[in-house]
Design a protein around this ligand. Structure first.
Ligand SMILES: CC(C)(COP(=O)(O)OP(=O)(O)OC[C@H]1O[C@@H](n2cnc3c(N)ncnc32)[C@H](O)[C@@H]1OP(=O)(O)O)[C@@H](O)C(=O)NCCC(=O)NCCS
Length: 164
Protein backbone atom coordinates (compact mmCIF):
# COMPACT_ATOMS: atom_id res chain seq x y z
CA UNK A 1 0.00 0.00 0.00
CA UNK A 2 1.47 3.37 -0.97
CA UNK A 3 1.55 6.35 1.36
CA UNK A 4 -1.08 8.21 -0.65
CA UNK A 5 -3.64 5.43 -0.30
CA UNK A 6 -6.12 5.82 2.52
CA UNK A 7 -7.73 2.84 4.19
CA UNK A 8 -10.62 2.51 6.56
CA UNK A 9 -11.97 -0.47 8.50
CA UNK A 10 -15.65 -0.55 9.52
CA UNK A 11 -18.63 -2.86 9.85
CA UNK A 12 -20.28 -3.72 6.54
CA UNK A 13 -23.64 -2.16 5.73
CA UNK A 14 -26.44 -3.33 3.43
CA UNK A 15 -25.16 -0.96 0.78
CA UNK A 16 -21.86 -2.89 0.71
CA UNK A 17 -23.54 -6.24 0.03
CA UNK A 18 -23.05 -6.42 -3.74
CA UNK A 19 -19.36 -5.55 -3.60
CA UNK A 20 -18.84 -7.84 -0.60
CA UNK A 21 -20.47 -10.74 -2.46
CA UNK A 22 -18.31 -10.04 -5.53
CA UNK A 23 -15.15 -10.17 -3.42
CA UNK A 24 -16.25 -13.39 -1.76
CA UNK A 25 -17.19 -15.00 -5.08
CA UNK A 26 -13.92 -14.04 -6.72
CA UNK A 27 -12.12 -16.27 -4.19
CA UNK A 28 -14.53 -19.20 -4.33
CA UNK A 29 -11.87 -21.77 -5.39
CA UNK A 30 -9.95 -20.93 -2.19
CA UNK A 31 -12.97 -21.13 0.10
CA UNK A 32 -14.92 -24.04 1.55
CA UNK A 33 -18.22 -22.91 0.02
CA UNK A 34 -18.96 -24.02 -3.54
CA UNK A 35 -21.90 -21.89 -4.62
CA UNK A 36 -21.53 -18.15 -5.17
CA UNK A 37 -23.16 -15.87 -2.61
CA UNK A 38 -25.88 -13.64 -4.02
CA UNK A 39 -26.27 -10.00 -3.06
CA UNK A 40 -29.47 -10.92 -1.16
CA UNK A 41 -27.71 -13.67 0.79
CA UNK A 42 -24.90 -11.28 1.65
CA UNK A 43 -27.45 -8.73 2.88
CA UNK A 44 -28.91 -11.44 5.08
CA UNK A 45 -25.47 -12.27 6.48
CA UNK A 46 -24.72 -8.61 7.13
CA UNK A 47 -28.10 -8.21 8.87
CA UNK A 48 -27.88 -11.35 11.02
CA UNK A 49 -25.23 -9.87 13.22
CA UNK A 50 -25.89 -11.45 16.59
CA UNK A 51 -23.36 -14.22 16.04
CA UNK A 52 -21.58 -13.06 12.91
CA UNK A 53 -19.90 -9.80 12.19
CA UNK A 54 -18.65 -8.68 8.82
CA UNK A 55 -16.00 -6.01 8.86
CA UNK A 56 -14.87 -4.37 5.64
CA UNK A 57 -11.55 -2.92 4.57
CA UNK A 58 -11.90 0.13 2.32
CA UNK A 59 -9.05 1.45 0.27
CA UNK A 60 -9.67 4.93 -1.14
CA UNK A 61 -13.36 4.35 -0.27
CA UNK A 62 -13.55 1.12 -2.28
CA UNK A 63 -14.33 -2.14 -0.47
CA UNK A 64 -11.32 -4.39 -1.13
CA UNK A 65 -11.70 -7.09 1.49
CA UNK A 66 -13.65 -8.37 4.44
CA UNK A 67 -13.24 -10.13 7.73
CA UNK A 68 -15.95 -12.45 9.05
CA UNK A 69 -16.01 -13.07 12.79
CA UNK A 70 -18.15 -15.91 14.09
CA UNK A 71 -18.95 -15.76 17.77
CA UNK A 72 -19.60 -19.13 19.35
CA UNK A 73 -21.47 -19.90 22.52
CA UNK A 74 -19.95 -21.82 25.36
CA UNK A 75 -16.71 -21.64 27.17
CA UNK A 76 -14.44 -22.46 24.24
CA UNK A 77 -13.37 -18.84 23.91
CA UNK A 78 -12.35 -19.46 20.31
CA UNK A 79 -13.11 -16.81 17.73
CA UNK A 80 -13.63 -18.19 14.21
CA UNK A 81 -12.52 -15.92 11.41
CA UNK A 82 -12.47 -15.76 7.63
CA UNK A 83 -10.61 -13.16 5.59
CA UNK A 84 -11.01 -12.47 1.89
CA UNK A 85 -9.07 -9.81 0.00
CA UNK A 86 -10.04 -8.97 -3.57
CA UNK A 87 -7.57 -10.83 -5.86
CA UNK A 88 -6.32 -7.57 -7.40
CA UNK A 89 -5.32 -6.34 -3.94
CA UNK A 90 -3.73 -9.47 -2.48
CA UNK A 91 -0.09 -9.57 -1.39
CA UNK A 92 -0.02 -5.89 -0.37
CA UNK A 93 -0.36 -6.22 3.37
CA UNK A 94 -4.13 -5.65 3.46
CA UNK A 95 -4.98 -9.11 4.82
CA UNK A 96 -2.66 -8.38 7.72
CA UNK A 97 -4.61 -5.21 8.54
CA UNK A 98 -7.79 -7.28 8.90
CA UNK A 99 -5.97 -9.96 10.86
CA UNK A 100 -4.72 -7.33 13.30
CA UNK A 101 -8.29 -6.10 13.66
CA UNK A 102 -9.43 -9.64 14.50
CA UNK A 103 -6.67 -9.96 17.12
CA UNK A 104 -7.65 -6.61 18.67
CA UNK A 105 -11.30 -7.64 18.88
CA UNK A 106 -10.40 -11.06 20.29
CA UNK A 107 -8.28 -9.41 22.99
CA UNK A 108 -11.00 -6.94 23.94
CA UNK A 109 -13.62 -9.70 24.13
CA UNK A 110 -11.39 -12.02 26.15
CA UNK A 111 -10.93 -14.77 23.58
CA UNK A 112 -8.06 -17.20 24.11
CA UNK A 113 -7.72 -18.37 20.53
CA UNK A 114 -8.50 -17.41 16.96
CA UNK A 115 -9.30 -20.14 14.46
CA UNK A 116 -9.22 -20.04 10.68
CA UNK A 117 -10.13 -23.11 8.64
CA UNK A 118 -8.18 -23.39 5.40
CA UNK A 119 -8.48 -25.77 2.47
CA UNK A 120 -5.40 -28.00 2.42
CA UNK A 121 -4.30 -26.80 -1.02
CA UNK A 122 -4.70 -23.08 -0.25
CA UNK A 123 -0.96 -22.46 0.05
CA UNK A 124 -1.17 -18.64 -0.13
CA UNK A 125 -3.49 -18.57 2.80
CA UNK A 126 -1.55 -21.15 4.81
CA UNK A 127 1.65 -19.09 4.32
CA UNK A 128 -0.21 -15.92 5.26
CA UNK A 129 -1.52 -17.32 8.54
CA UNK A 130 1.72 -19.11 9.46
CA UNK A 131 3.72 -15.98 8.77
CA UNK A 132 1.47 -14.10 11.14
CA UNK A 133 1.78 -16.38 14.16
CA UNK A 134 -0.83 -19.07 13.43
CA UNK A 135 -0.03 -22.78 13.46
CA UNK A 136 -1.81 -25.77 12.04
CA UNK A 137 -3.31 -27.74 14.90
CA UNK A 138 -5.35 -30.37 13.10
CA UNK A 139 -8.18 -30.97 10.69
CA UNK A 140 -11.79 -29.89 10.79
CA UNK A 141 -14.53 -32.52 11.07
CA UNK A 142 -16.37 -30.74 8.26
CA UNK A 143 -16.32 -32.69 5.00
CA UNK A 144 -15.67 -30.43 2.02
CA UNK A 145 -15.99 -31.36 -1.62
CA UNK A 146 -14.33 -29.21 -4.28
CA UNK A 147 -14.63 -30.12 -7.95
CA UNK A 148 -16.03 -33.51 -6.98
CA UNK A 149 -13.07 -34.34 -4.73
CA UNK A 150 -13.04 -34.47 -0.95
CA UNK A 151 -10.63 -31.89 0.46
CA UNK A 152 -9.28 -31.59 4.00
CA UNK A 153 -9.91 -28.41 5.93
CA UNK A 154 -6.94 -27.48 8.11
CA UNK A 155 -7.44 -25.77 11.44
CA UNK A 156 -5.09 -22.83 11.76
CA UNK A 157 -4.94 -21.41 15.24
CA UNK A 158 -3.53 -18.35 16.94
CA UNK A 159 -3.08 -18.28 20.67
CA UNK A 160 -3.63 -14.98 22.46
CA UNK A 161 -1.82 -16.08 25.60
CA UNK A 162 1.62 -15.80 24.14
CA UNK A 163 3.50 -12.53 24.10
CA UNK A 164 3.77 -10.91 20.69
C1 LIG B 1 -5.11 -15.18 2.47
C2 LIG B 1 -5.37 -13.69 2.21
C3 LIG B 1 -6.51 -13.20 3.07
C4 LIG B 1 -4.09 -12.92 2.58
O1 LIG B 1 -4.30 -11.53 2.38
P1 LIG B 1 -3.22 -10.65 1.62
O2 LIG B 1 -3.63 -9.24 1.69
O3 LIG B 1 -2.98 -11.24 0.28
O4 LIG B 1 -1.93 -10.95 2.53
P2 LIG B 1 -0.82 -9.91 2.97
O5 LIG B 1 -0.43 -9.07 1.80
O6 LIG B 1 -1.19 -9.21 4.21
O7 LIG B 1 0.36 -10.89 3.33
C5 LIG B 1 1.17 -11.37 2.29
C6 LIG B 1 1.61 -12.77 2.63
O8 LIG B 1 0.50 -13.66 2.53
C7 LIG B 1 0.80 -14.69 1.60
N1 LIG B 1 -0.06 -14.43 0.44
C8 LIG B 1 -1.35 -14.74 0.47
N2 LIG B 1 -1.92 -14.51 -0.71
C9 LIG B 1 -1.01 -13.95 -1.50
C10 LIG B 1 -1.03 -13.50 -2.85
N3 LIG B 1 -2.11 -13.61 -3.63
N4 LIG B 1 0.08 -12.94 -3.36
C11 LIG B 1 1.19 -12.88 -2.60
N5 LIG B 1 1.25 -13.32 -1.33
C12 LIG B 1 0.18 -13.88 -0.78
C13 LIG B 1 2.27 -14.70 1.41
O9 LIG B 1 2.83 -15.52 2.43
C14 LIG B 1 2.66 -13.26 1.64
O10 LIG B 1 3.90 -13.16 2.23
P3 LIG B 1 5.16 -12.58 1.36
O11 LIG B 1 4.73 -11.24 0.89
O12 LIG B 1 6.30 -12.56 2.31
O13 LIG B 1 5.32 -13.56 0.25
C15 LIG B 1 -5.67 -13.43 0.70
O14 LIG B 1 -4.63 -13.97 -0.06
C16 LIG B 1 -7.00 -13.97 0.24
O15 LIG B 1 -8.01 -13.29 0.31
N6 LIG B 1 -7.03 -15.21 -0.28
C17 LIG B 1 -8.26 -15.80 -0.82
C18 LIG B 1 -9.28 -16.08 0.27
C19 LIG B 1 -8.71 -17.01 1.31
O16 LIG B 1 -8.10 -18.01 0.99
N7 LIG B 1 -8.95 -16.67 2.58
C20 LIG B 1 -8.49 -17.47 3.68
C21 LIG B 1 -9.60 -18.29 4.22
S1 LIG B 1 -9.97 -17.69 5.84
Amino acid sequence: MSKTEKFKIRYLRFSDAREAADIYNSSLPSLSRNEPISQEKMEELIKRNDKRFFIGLFLNKRLVGHLLLIVKDGKSKVLDIGIVIHPEYQGRGLGLLLLRKAVDIAKIKGYKKILAEILEYNNNSISFFKKNGFRIVGESDRRITKNGREVRLLKCEYSLNKAR
